[in-house]
Design a protein around this ligand. Structure first.
Ligand code: NAD
Length: 331
């Protein structure tokens, strides 16, 4: 019988919000995991609980640069390579746009090359941002998008579009197997309080008793997927055998206005914060909702965590972090 290698996953971006939850889920299945991260936006705290885990290793490296030889030390052979390395929120990815673009293009190229050499299945964390400010609603995978290539969001949107192109060329050239998820807004514990997104902003402001800021009148819509649901989708995409090789939307199709979201946050925190309006940022999409028919059909996946439950867990995490910060002695 042919020898099947024990699953060994490389998770680029493993110290980030989604990446750290993915590391946990893979380890819980009995896999070994090597996380690679530059700590550009990720945090060691997201992985601290794995410090003594013998099946886990962490390599600090920037995937924009050639991958360090210590990644494959002692004849390590990865069976699965997950590329989640990229700043993901507008203030973070716009802080150094060239780094964002090149992380997505060169990082994907380096990780695809490693996958090809090692015979590993490759995963790309793409984004709903490849649809730009969409002219069709909800967004299906067949929609080619409406991205402004010269605007402030282009470093991220175009970086992800180019990363998808590299991945599909890898498949066409038969260099190895690859899967692509277009991830829609995801929230949950380990999001950064300062990531400038509506969920973390609203929770931080509400917990502090400050006004909750909405950009515009709050009528633009979003869909929010709880991180456990998303990670379940990523695991199905990478672990299940299926013949589908196009990009697949993963997100929660329940669409709500950002005002409704802010109100839900204020309710969950029990705060008395008022909700206030500010001007809409440049190129901010007005509507966003995934069509997940393909994920349902191909992966049997559908999100199951209701917003009220996900928000409660997220608020509890933010509150615990705020308490820990308040108790930390001043340096
Ligand atoms: P995050 O910022 O928490 O995690 C990204 C991780 O990548 C961080 O740990 C960061 O340090 C690391 N990283 C960034 N540039 C790197 C580089 N050059 N080399 C090595 N590591 C690098 O973001 P997240 O929300 O966990 O997003 C993870 C992935 O999912 C990203 O690729 C993002 O584009 C994608 N995504 C996220 C969402 C969402 O709602 N969170 C939506 C769509 C797509």
């Amino acid at each position: 019988m042919a020898h099947r290698a024990e699953p060994l996953a490389l998770v680029a971006g493993g110290a980030g919000f989604i990446g750290s939850h993915l590391c946990d889920a893979l380890l819980a299945r009995g896999w070994s995991v090597v996380a690679v991260d530059s700590f550009h936006t990720g945090r060691y705290d997201n992985l601290r609980h794995l410090e003594r885990e013998p099946r886990f290793d962490l390599v600090e490296a920037d995937v924009m640069e050639p991958l360090p030889p210590r990644l494959t030390r002692a004849g390590r052979r990865f069976t699965h390579v997950f590329n989640l390395a990229s700043a993901a929120s507008p203030p973070h990815y716009q802080a150094d746009p060239e780094h964002t673009l090149l992380t997505n293009v060169l990082g994907t190229r380096h990780l695809l090359a490693l996958s090809a050499v090692q015979g590993a299945r490759f995963f790309l964390a793409s984004t709903s941002e490849v649809y730009g400010d969409p002219e069709v609603h909800p967004q299906r995978e067949s929609y080619w998008g409406h991205v402004n290539p010269t605007g402030p969001r282009a470093c991220y949107d175009e970086g992800k579009r180019a990363a998808e192109t590299l991945t599909f060329d890898h498949l066409r050239a038969r260099r190895g197997d690859a899967r692509v998820a277009r991830i829609f807004n995801t929230y949950g514990p380990r999001m950064r309080a300062d990531d400038g997104r509506i969920v973390s902003n609203a929770i931080t402001q509400a917990l502090a008793g400050d006004d909750v800021t909405l950009y515009s009148d709050g009528s633009q819509t979003r869909s929010f997927c709880y991180v456990d649901d998303l990670v379940d989708g990523l695991m199905r995409l990478m672990l299940h055998e299926n013949d589908y090789r196009g990009a697949i939307n993963l997100g929660n199709p329940v669409e709500l206005s950002v005002r409704e979201l802010a109100e839900a946050v204020v309710r969950t925190t029990g705060s008395r914060s008022a909700i206030v309006q500010r001007p809409l940022p440049v190129d901010d999409p007005r509507r966003r909702r995934p069509d997940i028919a393909l994920a349902r059909r191909v992966l049997g996946w559908t999100p199951t965590v209701p917003l009220a439950v996900g928000l409660e867990r997220t608020v509890a995490h933010f509150a615990a972090e705020a308490r820990a910060a308040a108790e930390r002695p001043l340096a």
